[in-house]
Design a protein around this ligand. Structure first.
Ligand code: ATP
Ligand code: MG
Length: 265
């Protein structure tokens, strides 16, 4: 179904809209078919999490905003799905944090696709986009997945990787980066390898990162440091999984029975 033909009254209007939009962007060569599958997996986990930012994700996002403020060279990696779903949010974050390098980073790289992703970002308002013609390679990765920009991710100290492949996230950690993942799947290798796993939907997460940056921008450094260190990956991952378990237990519970009659009833 094309974007225009989705009935507004449909209970899952937004989800249908996003799917139709991704399908159109696949036809236009921005998104790859594998990206649609990744999106479906993300949606499934969003169902399990209640389709809203959990308290654990909110804490992770605040800590991530603090890490970005403290970073000397923060970078954000953008693939086809990220450009398709959240180019505006990426542009907004890059305005909130002008030092942030935005880099095109493709698992399925062709020069045309890299240009399409970069064009999408520029049209949304990102001033400087790196990674169209990357010159450096990350160690320990084969093929095109290793390419990075020497001015961007290669020299970054903190890297945000939304919807990233597990192998690359791991290679970035090995390269000594502080990796902040945004991925709805708390079981993915990306979430499990990142120093700071944000398990939340991409647009919500980027929005909250920007809000955190604006909120803490003028704070004294020790206070920002305290927020940056306020969460640990293992407890976050445990928290996300418990959140899903508790929610499923509650949904699975039989409807509450009327209690026994009390005296005086
Ligand atoms: P890994 O390689 O890390 O073990 P994977 O193979 O599931 O996991 P990919 O397919 O490479 O990972 O990456 C896509 C990931 O992005 C999926 O785990 C999916 O849950 C997540 N994802 C998809 N759409 C969104 C979205 N809109 N917001 C947040 N996460 C998303
Ligand atoms: Mg993968």
């Amino acid at each position: 179904m094309t974007v225009q033909r989705i009935p507004r009254s449909h209970p899952r209007y937004r989800s249908l809209l996003v799917r139709a939009d991704l399908a159109e962007k696949m036809a236009a060569g921005l998104v790859v078919p594998e990206g649609l599958m990744a999106h479906g997996r993300g949606e499934a986990f969003d169902y399990l999490l209640g389709e809203k930012t959990t308290p654990e994700a909110a804490r992770a996002e605040r800590a991530a905003a603090a890490r970005l403020l403290l970073a000397r060279r923060p970078a954000l990696s953008v693939n086809g799905n990220v450009a398709a779903l959240a180019a505006r949010e990426v542009a907004a974050l890059s305005k909130d944090l002008p030092r942030l390098t935005v880099e095109v980073n493709l698992f399925h790289r062709t020069p045309e696709r890299a240009r399409r992703v970069a064009d999408t970002l520029r049209r949304a308002g990102v001033r400087r986009v790196l990674g169209e013609r990357p010159t450096a390679r990350l160690r320990g990765l084969a093929s095109d997945r290793a390419w990075v920009d020497a001015q961007g991710i290669l020299r970054a100290d903190v890297v945000v990787v939304p919807l990233e492949d597990g192998d690359r996230a791991e290679a970035l950690v090995r390269a000594g980066k502080f990796v902040i993942a945004i991925d709805l799947n708390p079981l993915s290798r990306t979430s499990r390898r990142a120093q700071l796993p944000i398990v939340d939907e991409l647009t919500r997460a980027l929005h909250n990162l920007g809000r955190g940056v604006r909120h803490m921008r003028d704070w004294p450094r020790p206070q920002i440091l305290a927020v940056a260190h306020s969460v640990q990956a293992p407890e976050l991952l445990g928290g996300y999984l418990r959140r899903i378990r508790v929610r499923l237990d509650r949904l699975a519970a039989p409807p509450s029975q009327p209690g026994p009659p009390r005296r005086g009833d």
